[in-house]
Design a protein around this ligand. Structure first.
Ligand SMILES: Cc1ncc(COP(=O)(O)O)c(C=O)c1O
Length: 438
């Protein structure tokens, strides 16, 4: 049967009068998918099925929210148990304590834990806490890093023409949205990443004003860009020397790069760390963890943090089962995802070379992205904006769909290997990619 997404097209037509961009987030709609998105109906393991009955190997995995793949039996069981005994109480619950204790064991700096629902919320709590504890107004973030859709940090995180960025020594702050509080970004300093002298210069320019430096451990919203050797440690030292809190945003890298995330992998000791995505294995669970003396300021009368759905029972049950599976057999799941990713990335490198296509495959463990570029490597936001051919990537990804392989078509995002992916998935994907390139 020829590949058809006719039913998706029909559903898309229906959405036009009711949903904006056919969905609930701009990254899922026509801006990324061309004419219309594919409507997905069900999934299991590494496979996802659309409304037309097409099967795909899913390397997007809900933007990283499914470290065990789809419908893992232990997650299904955990959710079912919670659903049948009460999905959420908004009271203190023992399961919340259990998950917090698990985080204490797994995450090096987690002296205290506070749960939220999304990465955005965890980051919002972290920056309010940093401002409250230090009594300082400013936040320092990096070009091309995304920390959620709240006002304070929504700047210079979209891909833009290089001519719009200003000088490296004095980047132009470019708001990512209309409708932002006009003053919210006054206190946000934007600095190029992977550049310690630039960071030092920015800190010197704002003595005793910066509450926190926030960074992704691995850039995951400009493809995949690893930190330069020693960069994050250097950042940490500069923060400490200047009384600035170091917030490591592990919304993407948490429970993915290593059990303790980038913090463990790069041997860091951030003051605060935020998690989201992978923690709930498909349920909206996020967490803010960190040093006791900082976190304790969240107590009533200090820095306010509320949320009706925080620590929902159903989410906590999912997170508990997820962490159990992820860390089972001495963290075997991490060894699996790293091994599968290395095979897939090596296969891609070989394929693109054979086909004479200028594509760089960048990955750190299970996070990978294909960068359509003639550069040998992409090392920051400016490189990405200047040298990555996003249209070519999108064309390639859309041409994979008929061969049963699903990636996010946005070059600025990335793909994910999960516990559910197999060697056979790698072989099928590489075969499909070979056909798509033809
Ligand atoms: C590094 C980082 N921080 C925070 C967020 C926001 O997380 P959420 O979409 O759960 O609000 C994202 C989302 O992609 C992210 O990549």
């Amino acid at each position: 049967m020829p590949f058809s997404t006719e039913k998706s097209r029909q559903i898309y037509e229906r959405t036009l009068g009711v949903l904006i961009e056919a969905s609930s987030s701009s990254s899922r709609g026509p801006a990324n998918f061309g004419k219309y998105p594919i409507f997905m109906e069900r999934a299991r393991g590494s496979r996802i099925y659309d409304v037309d009955g097409n099967e795909y190997i899913d390397w997007m995995m809900a933007f990283g929210a499914l470290p065990l793949g789809h419908a893992h039996p232990e997650i299904v069981e955990a959710i079912t148990e919670a659903a049948t005994t009460g999905a959420h109480f908004a009271t203190a619950t023992p399961v919340e304590l259990e998950v917090a204790e698990m985080l204490q064991r797994i995450v090096p700096n987690a002296e205290r834990v506070r749960f939220a629902n999304t990465g955005t919320e965890a980051v919002m709590a972290a920056i309010r806490l940093a401002r409250g504890v230090t009594g300082r107004p400013k936040l320092l973030k990096f070009e091309g890093h995304y920390h959620g859709w709240h006002d304070d940090l929504l700047v210079s995180s979209n891909v833009l023409p290089p001519s719009a960025l200003g000088l490296r020594s004095d980047p132009i702050k470019i708001p990512d949205s209309s409708g932002l509080n006009r003053t919210a970004l006054d206190d946000t300093i934007v600095v190029p990443w992977n550049d310690l002298p630039a960071l030092q210069h920015a800190i010197e320019n704002h003595p005793s004003q910066i509450a926190a430096i926030i960074t992704e451990g691995i850039m995951a919203n400009m493809g995949v860009i690893p930190p330069a050797d020693g960069y994050l440690r250097g950042l940490q030292e500069l923060a400490k020397a200047n009384g600035i809190l170091f917030i490591l945003d592990e919304t993407v890298t948490g429970f993915r790069i290593a059990p303790g995330g980038c913090q463990e992998y790069y041997k860091l000791s951030p003051d605060l760390v935020t998690f989201g995505k992978a923690l709930g294995c498909g349920l909206p669970v996020a967490a803010l963890c960190g040093r006791a003396d900082v976190m304790d300021a969240l107590q009533w009368g200090g820095v306010l943090h509320y949320g009706t759905h925080n620590g929902s029972r159903i989410g906590m049950h999912a997170a508990r089962a997820n962490l159990r599976v992820l860390t089972r057999d001495n963290n075997a799941s991490f060894r699996h995802t790293w091994r599968i990713a290395e095979r897939l990335c090596a296969g891609y490198r070989e394929l693109f070379k054979k086909k004479g296509r200028a594509v760089v495959v960048q990955n750190v463990g299970p996070m990978f992205q294909l960068m359509f570029t003639d550069q040998p490597t992409i090392r920051d936001y400016r490189d990405f904006c200047q040298f990555v051919d996003r249209a070519a990537f999108q064309k390639f990804v859309l041409s994979l769909f008929p061969f049963g392989v699903y990636f996010s078509p946005s070059a600025a995002l990335h793909s994910i290997v999960t516990l559910a992916h197999t060697d056979q998935d790698v072989d099928l994907t590489l075969k499909a990619a070979g056909k798509a390139l033809e």
